[in-house]
Design a protein around this ligand. Structure first.
Ligand SMILES: *Cc1c(COP(=O)(O)O)cnc(C)c1O
Length: 363
C-alpha cells in the first residue's frame, strides 16, 4: 500500500523521534549493572518523596476518571503564583501544551519563529500542523533576540523562546527580553518555556510572569518534570490570559492530565525540601563539572540549567557507553562533536569525568 497517497506531505517529511534504548538494554549489551544516565535532564535525586507518597495513597482509585478540571492542583498553583485559576491550563507534560498552542494559533502555511538551536519540539509540532518554521541563527550559544524579533513576518503567529534554552543551557537577560517585547508586534503570540527556571539564580533573569499585562499575547510554560523529578508522570502548566486559556481549552482532551499526575504534582508543589536539595545538588554539580572540564581542557557552553552542552568530541558519546555513561549526542541539534550532559549526583558526575578523562588522555 502506498500510504503517501493518503498522508499530507508535511507529515510524510517528518522524521519520527528516535528514542534512546531503555537503560536495561544498554546495561545488558555492555555487561554493566550500574550505568549513569545523564542524557535527559532528569532529576538525579529521584521524584519528590511527597509526590510518591501521595500517588501511592490514591492507587486504589484508578478505576475512576481523573478530574477533568484538575480542581485541587489548579487551586494550589493559583495560590502559589498569586493569580486567578482562569489563567491556568495543565498539560500531559508541557510538551502537550506546546502542541495545543500551535494547533490553536497556526493555520497551514503560516509561520513560527524559533532559535536555530532551540528545543526541537516547537519545530516538530509546527511542521506536523502544516506550519512553516523560521529558524534564526544564534550568536555564540545564545538566542539573538533582536534578530528573532526582526525575523517576524506578516504571517508569523508565534515566537517560541525557552529560557534557559535546551540544549545550550544559555539564558537571555531582562534587558534583551524587554527590548524584544518592544520590537515584536502585539498580534504575535510569545511563548516562554521556563522548564528550567527553578535552577536559575541570576538577578538578570526575567520571570516572564511579570510581563503578562496590557493585552500582550503571551504564554508562560512550566513543568513538574525537572525540578520535581516527575518526568515520568507527564504534567506541566501554562499561564496566560483567561481568553487565551479558553481558546486552548477548546482543543484540550477532557482527561489529558491523569489522576496520579494531578495528585503527585500537587504534593510536589509543597515539597520545599526536595526542591531545595535538587537546587543545591545542581549548583554544586555544575561547579564541579565546570572545574573538571576546565582541568581537562574540554570546552562547554555557559549554562543556567541542569545540564551542560559539552564539546566532548566526535564519537566520544559512543565510547563512553562501555563505561556505563549515557549522554545525549547533539549532532541533531547542529552541534556535531557535542553532547548534552545532565548534572547527576556527585558520584555520577565523578564517574562521567573519570571516563571522559580516560578517553581524552588516550587521544
Ligand atoms: C524538559 C523540557 C520541557 C519539559 O517537557 P515536559 O513535557 O513537561 O516533560 C519543556 N521544554 C523544554 C525546553 C525542556 O527542555
Amino acid at each position: 500500500m502506498d500510504i503517501s497517497k493518503y498522508v499530507p506531505e508535511w507529515i510524510l517529511s517528518l522524521t519520527p523521534y528516535q528514542p534512546g534504548k531503555p537503560i536495561e538494554e544498554v546495561e545488558r549489551e555492555y555487561g554493566i549493572t550500574d550505568s549513569v544516565k545523564i542524557a535527559s535532564n532528569e532529576n538525579p535525586l529521584g521524584p519528590s518523596p511527597k509526590a510518591v507518597a501521595a500517588i501511592t495513597a490514591v492507587l486504589p482509585d484508578l478505576n475512576l476518571y481523573p478530574d477533568g478540571d484538575a480542581f485541587y492542583l489548579k487551586k494550589r498553583l493559583a495560590e502559589k503564583l498569586g493569580l486567578d485559576r482562569s489563567r491556568l491550563i495543565l498539560g500531559n507534560g508541557s510538551n502537550e501544551l506546546i502542541e495545543m498552542i500551535v494547533r490553536t494559533f497556526v493555520r497551514v502555511g503560516e509561520s513560527i519563529v524559533v532559535g536555530e538551536h532551540a528545543f526541537a519540539i516547537y519545530h516538530l509540532v509546527n511542521k506536523a500542523a502544516g506550519g512553516r518554521t523560521i529558524a534564526v541563527p544564534h550568536t555564540g550559544f545564545r538566542f539573538d533576540l533582536a534578530a528573532m524579533a526582526e525575523a517576524v513576518t506578516a504571517d508569523t503567529r508565534i515566537v517560541f523562546l525557552d529560557n534557559p534554552n535546551n540544549p545550550t543551557g544559555t539564558m537571555y537577560t531582562r534587558d534583551e527580553w524587554e527590548a524584544f517585547l518592544k520590537r515584536v508586534p502585539s498580534d504575535v503570540l510569545i511563548v516562554v518555556d521556563e522548564a528550567y527556571f527553578e535552577f536559575v539564580d541570576d538577578p538578570d533573569y526575567p520571570n516572564s510572569l511579570e510581563y503578562h499585562s496590557d493585552g500582550r499575547l503571551i504564554v508562560t510554560l512550566r513543568t513538574f518534570s525537572k525540578i520535581c523529578g516527575l518526568a515520568g508522570l507527564r504534567v506541566g502548566y501554562g499561564v496566560a490570559s483567561p481568553q487565551l486559556i479558553d481558546a486552548l481549552n477548546r482543543i484540550r482532551q477532557p482527561f489529558n492530565v491523569n489522576s496520579l499526575a494531578q495528585v503527585g504534582a500537587l504534593a510536589a508543589l509543597d515539597d520545599e525540601a526536595h526542591i531545595r536539595r535538587t537546587q543545591d545538588n545542581n549548583r554544586n554539580g555544575l561547579a564541579y563539572l565546570r572545574a573538571e572540564l576546565d582541568r581537562l581542557g574540554v570546552e562547554y557552553a555557559p549554562s543556567w540549567a541542569n545540564f551542560l552542552l559539552v564539546n566532548i568530541g566526535a564519537g566520544v558519546a559512543q565510547r563512553l557507553l562501555p563505561a556505563g555513561i549515557i549522554v545525549r549526542p547533539m549532532e541533531g541539534y547542529g552541534y556535531p562533536g557535542y553532547a548534552r550532559v545532565s548534572v547527576g549526583t556527585p558520584s555520577e558526575n565523578a564517574r562521567f569525568i573519570e571516563a571522559l578523562e580516560r578517553i581524552v588522555k588516550e587521544a
